[in-house]
Structures are given as structure tokens and as C-alpha cells.
Design a protein around this ligand. Structure first.
Ligand code: HEC
Ligand code: HEC
Ligand code: HEC
Ligand code: HEC
Length: 176
């Protein structure tokens, strides 16, 4: 009788313990896939341009190069290349202190570069530099480096530019 009681009252405890483990595993997994395991990147970073990122992220650079995001400034007809109305969606960081100004002063920020989606990365570069020759980062090092830039800036960044389909009607312009 006593044994039975212990067994039957022990079962839920074990089940709850196991559920707890499952939840813990899910939380850890969730934390990793959502990228919230890392600290928020430091404030006050400036835009560097994609070539700087390419030094350490060559693969990402090569695949970005092939997307239309790399050429969003080039598609602007000549007379719109200084039009603030167009530049906010067709360049990187337009209107921010270290963002795109014009082709002469900020050529590296023409088009939608890496920092359109990841945010400015000057401090990320500084923090990552000491590990540039390190093949495999320790957990601590990886946490430090990954925590210094956004996996994705925390706002619905895609929608800011891709509001609805049918650009022509939304932002009318002469194609010449
Ligand atoms: C000096 C080398 C270096 C430079 C320059 C650099 N990074 Fe990184 N970056 C790293 C390393 C190392 C990691 C850690 C992950 C890894 O090992 O690939 C990382 C991670 C990242 C991540 C993942 C963040 C996360 O939350 O997981 C993003 C996004 C990123 N970098 C974007 C950029 C962008 C954009 C630039 C240019 C503005 C840039 N990086 C410049 C070395 C660099
Ligand atoms: C700062 C503005 C801006 C942001 C932010 C932005 N885009 Fe774009 N995107 C553009 C512009 C402009 C084009 C069109 C370039 C062209 O047609 O030549 C484009 C093109 C594209 C294309 C077509 C690419 C191709 O090579 O055919 C896709 C897909 C896309 N964007 C997805 C996204 C996604 C997903 C996000 C968010 C992660 C995003 N965009 C964020 C401005 C932006
Ligand atoms: C709200 C963000 C936004 C603004 C403002 C904007 N664009 Fe775009 N543009 C886009 C996106 C996103 C695309 C990608 C495809 C689409 O949505 O049609 C694009 C695509 C283009 C294209 C290539 C495709 C096509 O329709 O020929 C040209 C050219 C273009 N835009 C010119 C301009 C000009 C000129 C202005 C200023 C008068 C401007 N854009 C303002 C977001 C914007
Ligand atoms: C249109 C938005 C956009 C642009 C432009 C963009 N990225 Fe990303 N990048 C993302 C998103 C979204 C993810 C996360 C998706 C995923 O989980 O793979 C990501 C992931 C990454 C990662 C993390 C990979 C890992 O394994 O942890 C690195 C590093 C990175 N990008 C670097 C770059 C670099 C360098 C450029 C420019 C050459 C660039 N990205 C341009 C949206 C963008």
C-alpha cells in the first residue's frame, strides 16, 4: 500500500520534472533561434558600408551583391539621385548623422547595404577585430561579438520600404 502510494504520488512529480526539462529546452532553443540570448548592441555605432563587413563575412557579401538590394541606388533615374523622397528607401541610413548623404561623400552607403537590416556596425567591427584570425570562437567570445550587432534591427524593417506592392502608384516618378 505504502509503495503504491509513493509510486503513484511520485509519478506526477517525475512528469512535472520532465515537462520542466522540455520547457527549459524549448526556452533555450527559442532564445537561440530568436537571437535574444545576446545583449543589445552598443549605442552610438556609425555606418561603415558593405566592403568593411566583407572582410569577415565574404560569403554574405557575395550573396548580397547578387540581390537587388545592392543596386537600389543605381536604379534611381538620374534626376532622383538627390531626391530625399527617394533616398530614404534607396540608400542606407539616409537622414541619420552617419548615414548616406550623397554619392560624393558617402559612396559606400548608396543602395541598401548590410546595415539597412543589421543596423550600423562600427563598434561590432572593433569588437570583432581581435578575433579576426581565430578559427573557432569560444562561447564567451561569440556572445560578445554577436551581441554587438543586430541579427535583425528590432522593428519591422522590411515593411518600412516594402509597404505594399505597386511602387509606381504609391511613389509616382518619371521613369526617364
Ligand atoms: C573583424 C571581423 C568582422 C567585421 C569587420 C564584421 N563582422 Fe560581423 N561578425 C564577426 C564575427 C566573428 C561574428 C560572430 C559569428 C561568426 O563567427 O560568424 C559576427 C557576427 C555577425 C552577425 C550575427 C549577429 C547575431 O546576432 O548572431 C551579423 C548580423 C554581422 N556579424 C553583421 C556584420 C555587418 C553588417 C558588418 C559590417 C557593418 C560586420 N558584421 C562586420 C566578425 C566581423
Ligand atoms: C531601406 C529600404 C529597404 C529595406 C529596409 C528592405 N528593402 Fe527589400 N528592396 C528595397 C528596394 C528599393 C528594392 C528594389 C530594387 C530594385 O527593384 O532594383 C528591394 C528589393 C527586394 C527584393 C527583390 C530582390 C531581388 O534580388 O530580386 C526582395 C526579395 C526584398 N527586397 C526583400 C526584403 C526583405 C525580406 C527585407 C527585410 C529583411 C527588405 N527587403 C528590406 C528596399 C528595401
Ligand atoms: C517607401 C519606400 C520607397 C520610396 C519612398 C521610394 N521607393 Fe523606389 N522602390 C521601393 C521598393 C520596396 C522597390 C522594390 C519593388 C517595388 O515595391 O515595386 C522599389 C523599386 C524602385 C525602382 C525599380 C523598379 C521600378 O518600379 O522601376 C525604381 C526605378 C524606383 N524604385 C524609383 C524610385 C524613385 C524615383 C523614388 C522617389 C520618387 C522612389 N523609388 C521612392 C521603395 C521605395
Ligand atoms: C534585406 C536585409 C538584409 C541585408 C541587406 C543583409 N542581411 Fe544579413 N541577415 C538578414 C537576416 C534577416 C538574417 C537572419 C536570417 C537567418 O537566420 O539566416 C541575416 C543574417 C546574417 C548573419 C548571421 C549569420 C549566422 O550564421 O549567424 C550575418 C553574419 C549577416 N547576415 C551578414 C550580412 C552582411 C555582411 C551583409 C551585407 C554584405 C548582409 N548581412 C546583408 C538580413 C539582411
Amino acid at each position: 500500500m505504502m509503495t503504491k502510494m509513493t509510486r503513484s504520488s511520485g509519478m506526477p512529480t517525475a512528469a512535472i520534472f520532465r515537462l520542466g526539462l522540455v520547457l527549459a529546452v524549448l526556452v533555450v532553443a527559442g532564445v537561440f533561434t530568436l537571437g535574444v540570448a545576446y545583449a543589445d548592441p552598443p549605442e552610438g555605432q556609425t555606418y561603415t558600408g558593405a566592403k568593411k563587413c566583407a572582410a569577415c563575412h565574404f560569403q554574405q557579401y557575395m550573396s548580397w551583391k547578387k540581390t537587388k538590394h545592392a543596386g537600389t541606388f543605381l536604379v534611381l533615374p538620374e534626376k532622383y539621385k538627390k531626391d530625399p523622397q527617394c533616398l530614404k528607401c534607396h540608400t542606407t541610413g539616409y537622414g541619420e548623422p552617419s548615414g548616406f548623404k550623397d554619392v560624393a561623400t558617402t559612396p559606400a552607403l548608396a543602395g541598401n547595404t548590410c546595415e539597412t537590416c543589421h543596423g550600423p556596425g562600427s563598434k561590432h567591427e572593433e569588437i570583432a577585430k581581435p578575433f579576426a584570425q581565430t578559427k573557432t570562437l569560444t562561447e564567451e567570445q561569440e556572445k560578445l561579438v554577436r551581441g554587438s550587432i543586430w541579427l535583425m534591427v528590432p522593428k519591422n524593417v522590411c515593411v518600412e520600404c516594402h509597404q505594399v506592392q505597386g511602387h509606381g502608384k504609391r511613389v509616382p516618378f518619371d521613369k526617364e
